[in-house]
Design a protein around this ligand. Structure first.
Ligand SMILES: [Zn+2]
Length: 488
C-alpha cells in the first residue's frame, strides 16, 4: 500500500466514524451520563457510600392486607458499594412506630453481597449466607442507584434494547455483561435518571417489579446524585430515604463477606424443612420445626391443617407429614390464621395440593389475588400444577365439628392483625394462635389477647403458639398480665 492510499483509507475511516450516529438506546445512555457529570467521570468511580435516614413500610405484615400505615423509622442507614468489584453492604437501624411483636426496641440490620455470596449479619455478629435467589436479587440491587445503573449501561459489553419514551421519561432495557437485567428511566428534559426497575420473585406475590426512584439531585464533586430515594414493589411503596451524604471513592469499610458466610455452602432456595410430630391430644398433632409450626386435626372422614406457613418448601413438607401421620383419611383443607406473608407464604402450595383455604373474610380478596398471580421467574408448585382456589371466608364464630372432633374458629381483631382467626378445641382445652402470644419476656399483644379470651369465658389448659413453644395457660396469664414493654 502506498502512503497516499494509506492516508486515503484513514480519511475514509475517520469520515465513517464521524458519520456513525449513536443508536437511540446508546443516545439515552450518553445523554444521562452527560447530565450526571460525564461518562469518563462515571467510569472512573470505584466506590460509593450513601448515608441517610428515612421510613420503611411493612409490606405483607400490616394490620390488614390493604393497610399501609405501619412504618419503621430508619436512622444510621449506610449503603457502601464497591462499584467495580460487585460488592455492597447495607447497614441501618430501624424502630417500629407501631405496636410490634418484638417490642419497641431498635433493630440493627446488616445485609451484604460479595460476588455470589449474599449474607446477613445478626446483632450478635454471626453472619449467615442467604440462598442464591436472594443473593441474585442483591446483585441486581447494586444497580438500583443512578451511578451504578448508568455505569453498567456504559459498559460496551452491556446489551441495550427497547428504547422508548413514555410520560416524560426515556427508557431502555439493559442486560449487563454479568447477566443482570434492569430498566433505566431518565427524565426526558433533565436527562437525569428517574427510576431503575427490575423483575424479581416474591414468595407470596410471585413475579414483581422492584422499583427505585430518584429525585432532588445535588452536585457531589462533579457528579449529580439524588438525595431522595423511594422503593416500591409493584405499586406498593416499601421505603423512602433521604441521603445526607454521598461519598465517592472514600472509605467503604470492609466489604468482604464474613468468613462464616463465605465458607458456608451455596443454597438454591430455602433450607429443607423438618417437621417434628407431637401428639397433643387424640386426633390433634403439633407439626413443629423451624420457626413456624402447624397443627393437624383429624375429623371423622377428613383431615384439616391449621397453617401452611412460610413458603412451598415448608408447606409441602407439612402437607406430606400430615398425610403420613393419618394415611387413611384425605387432607381436604387448611385454616390460615392471618394474612401476614410469613404465615400465608404456603397458601399457593396448599392450593396446588387441592386443599380448601379457610381464612378470615378480610383475607379472601388477597388470596384470590395471590392464587392468580404469575410465578414465572421462579416457578412454584401452583405455577407448575395449576388448580382453582377454593376458599371459605370466616367473619363470625364458626364451629367445625362432626361428633368425633370439634374446633371453634373465632375472628380476632387486634393491633397485630385485624383479619385473624384463632382455633379453640373445647374438649381438649387447647388454644391455637399465631403471633398474639409467643411465650417469653416481651409481650406486645398478650394483654389484649387475654382480655379477648376472658370475655369468651374459655376453659384452656394449654396455649399452642404457631410461632413459639407450647405453654401452660397459667404461664400465659402471668406473662400477659405483666406490664407491656415501654414505648419510646
Ligand atoms: Zn403476624
Amino acid at each position: 500500500m502506498t502512503y497516499t492510499r494509506f492516508f486515503a483509507l484513514l480519511a475514509t475511516l475517520a469520515l465513517a466514524a464521524a458519520c456513525s450516529r449513536p443508536t437511540p438506546e446508546q443516545q439515552i445512555v450518553n445523554d444521562t451520563a452527560a447530565a450526571m457529570g460525564g461518562a469518563d467521570r462515571i467510569l472512573a468511580v470505584k466506590t460509593l457510600v450513601i448515608e441517610g435516614e428515612g421510613t420503611q413500610y411493612n409490606l405483607g405484615q400490616d394490620v390488614t392486607p390493604s393497610a399501609t400505615g405501619q412504618t419503621f423509622t430508619v436512622t444510621d442507614a449506610r449503603q457502601a458499594i464497591d462499584v467495580a468489584g460487585g460488592r455492597m453492604r447495607i447497614e441501618l437501624t430501624r424502630r417500629p412506630t407501631f405496636t410490634f411483636f418484638q417490642g419497641p426496641a431498635p433493630q440493627r440490620q446488616v445485609q451484604g453481597i460479595d460476588g455470589t455470596v449474599g449474607y446477613n449479619v445478626a446483632p450478635s455478629g454471626a453472619a449467615t449466607r442467604v440462598p442464591d435467589n436472594v443473593a441474585n436479587d442483591r446483585r441486581v440491587q447494586i444497580l438500583h442507584t443512578p451511578l451504578t445503573a448508568v455505569r453498567a449501561a456504559l459498559d460496551p459489553m452491556a446489551r441495550l434494547v427497547n428504547p422508548r419514551t413514555e410520560g416524560g421519561e426515556s427508557l431502555i432495557d439493559v442486560t449487563t455483561a454479568g447477566g443482570q437485567s434492569f430498566t433505566l428511566a431518565i427524565d426526558a428534559t433533565t436527562k437525569l435518571p428517574t427510576r431503575v426497575t427490575s423483575r424479581a420473585d416474591n414468595t407470596n406475590l410471585g413475579d414483581v417489579v422492584n422499583e427505585s426512584s430518584f429525585s432532588e439531585y445535588q452536585d457531589y464533586g462533579g457528579l449529580q446524585l439524588p438525595t431522595r430515594l423511594t422503593t416500591k414493589v409493584d405499586t406498593i411503596t416499601t421505603a423512602e430515604y433521604r441521603a445526607s451524604s454521598h461519598t465517592v471513592d472514600g472509605d467503604t469499610g470492609d466489604l468482604a463477606a464474613p468468613a462464616d458466610a463465605a465458607g458456608a455452602p451455596a443454597m438454591a432456595g430455602p433450607p429443607p424443612a423438618t417437621v417434628a410430630v407431637e401428639e397433643l391430644a387424640r386426633g390433634i398433632w403439633y407439626l413443629a420445626g423451624g420457626s413456624h409450626h402447624s397443627v393437624l386435626v383429624e375429623f371423622g372422614d377428613h383431615l384439616t391443617l391449621i397453617e401452611t406457613p412460610q413458603n412451598d418448601t415448608r408447606a409441602l413438607a407439612v402437607i406430606a407429614k400430615a398425610r403420613e401421620v393419618v394415611p387413611n383419611k384425605p387432607l381436604t383443607e387448611v385454616i390460615n390464621t392471618h394474612h401476614h406473608f410469613d404465615h400465608s407464604g404456603g397458601i399457593r402450595a396448599a392450593i396446588s395440593e387441592g386443599l380448601t383455604v379457610i381464612t378470615h373474610q378480610g383475607n379472601v380478596a388477597l388470596f384470590e389475588e395471590v392464587a392468580k398471580r404469575p410465578h414465572a421467574i421462579v416457578p412454584d408448585a401452583l405455577q407448575k400444577s395449576p388448580k382453582p382456589l377454593m376458599v371459605k371466608g370466616i367473619s363470625e364464630d364458626t364451629v367445625l365439628g362432626d361428633g368425633t372432633m370439634t374446633v371453634n374458629l373465632y375472628p380476632l381483631s387486634g393491633p397485630h392483625s385485624e383479619t385473624m382467626l384463632i382455633a379453640y378445641f373445647p374438649r381438649e382445652r387447647l388454644l391455637v394462635e399465631a403471633d398474639v402470644y409467643n411465650p417469653g419476656p416481651v409481650q406486645s399483644f398478650a394483654g389484649h389477647f387475654l382480655g379477648e379470651l376472658k370475655a369468651r369465658n374459655l376453659r384452656i389448659d394449654r396455649m399452642v403458639p404457631l410461632h413459639a413453644k407450647i405453654a401452660p395457660y397459667a404461664q400465659f396469664v402471668k406473662e400477659a398480665s405483666a406490664p407491656p414493654p415501654a414505648t419510646n
